[in-house]
Ligand binder design. Structure first.
Ligand SMILES: NC(=O)c1ccc[n+]([C@@H]2O[C@H](COP(=O)([O-])OP(=O)(O)OC[C@H]3O[C@@H](n4cnc5c(N)ncnc54)[C@H](O)[C@@H]3O)[C@@H](O)[C@H]2O)c1
Length: 273
């Protein structure tokens, strides 16, 4: 039975991860900037009759709050086995439409949110001699995803920091994995650029995604992949299969992958005109 923290646990992928953990008997602290949403998820999970859930408000952009929460969980339970630095937002739009606010919000939540989680969890896990840090990046962290390059940039950074840390942590008993899903059916895809200036992709992006991708993956299937990847201590958990094929394509022929991405840009530009 593990003690786990999930950020962004009120919705989507984080909620599915928390559900899988509690279903197998773990104790999970479901955290989110959405306090009520996190509470609702924890209440529901406590009816499963297996593990246990608690909830807490946590804004991952607040480094001190992240540190306090992770230390508090370690203090309450005597250890911290699993940390899912998962909270994130979607940023979309052509580069010329994006403001520095789009860039800064992506960096603050998608990158620095993970940095804060790693910075808080890693010393705890080093001290206790074990643990597993699981960061949610995206397939956009492995392939040249256009029309939202702040998202692409921050997700590449999360992949890089995770794999670099994994190499450092391996000799110290701490495991690090990074999750790179393609499009998953969650509210994130209906809420691109939350609270930010409008672009061609603001709001509901599912129509544009349907033109560029074979379909949406489910959170349940992804959570199953993540649990299996953790059990196998996979460095990268890339899903579904078409995402792994796209990633392979980039490694084999990066130039061709960029040209394929151009087709998606043309479709969005075409839709705009
Ligand atoms: N849905 C997809 O297609 C997809 C694909 C690849 C990667 N991802 C990544 O998966 C992760 C989870 O996304 P999701 O699809 O489940 O989205 P979601 O919108 O369903 O859930 C994200 C959660 O993060 C929370 N959040 C936002 N800002 C926060 C902050 N500052 N502090 C704490 N919590 C905050 C939201 O309140 C929400 O509950 C994100 O990092 C996202 O980039 C999603």
């Amino acid at each position: 039975m593990s003690i786990a923290i999930v950020t962004g646990g009120a919705s989507g992928i984080g909620r599915a991860i928390a559900t899988s953990l509690v279903a197998r008997g773990d104790t999970v602290v479901v955290t989110d900037i959405d306090t009520e949403g996190a509470g609702r998820v924890a209440d529901k999970l406590n009816t499963l009759g297996t593990g246990q859930a608690a909830s807490a408000r946590l804004d991952v952009t607040d480094a001190d709050a992240v540190n306090d929460l992770y230390k508090g969980v370690k203090g309450d339970h005597g250890r911290l086995d699993l940390v899912f630095n998962n909270a994130g937002i979607a940023i979309g739009g052509l580069a010329e439409e994006l403001t520095l606010d789009h860039w800064n919000r992506a960096i603050d939540i998608n990158l620095k949110g993970v940095v804060h989680g790693v910075h808080a969890a890693y010393p705890i896990m080093l001290e206790q001699g074990g643990g597993h840090i699981v960061n949610t990046a995206s397939l956009a962290g492995l392939v040249p995803m256009p029309i939202g390059i702040p998202y692409t940039a921050t997700k590449h950074a999360v992949v890089g920091l995770s794999l670099g840390l994994r190499a450092e942590a391996a000799g110290r008993g701490v495991k690090v994995s990074v999750v790179c899903p393609s499009f998953v059916d969650t509210p994130l895809l209906h809420n691109v650029n939350p609270g930010l200036p409008e672009t061609a992709l603001s709001g509901d992006a599912t129509g544009d995604i349907a033109k560029a991708a074979p379909g949406l993956y489910t959170t349940q299937k992804l959570a199953r992949d993540i649990m299996r990847g953790i059990a196998r201590n996979q460095a990268l958990i890339v899903a579904p299969a078409y995402g792994r094929a796209a990633w392979r394509g980039v490694r084999l022929n990066p130039g061709l992958a960029v040209r394929a991405a151009q087709i998606a840009v043309d479709r969005v530009r075409g839709g705009k005109n």
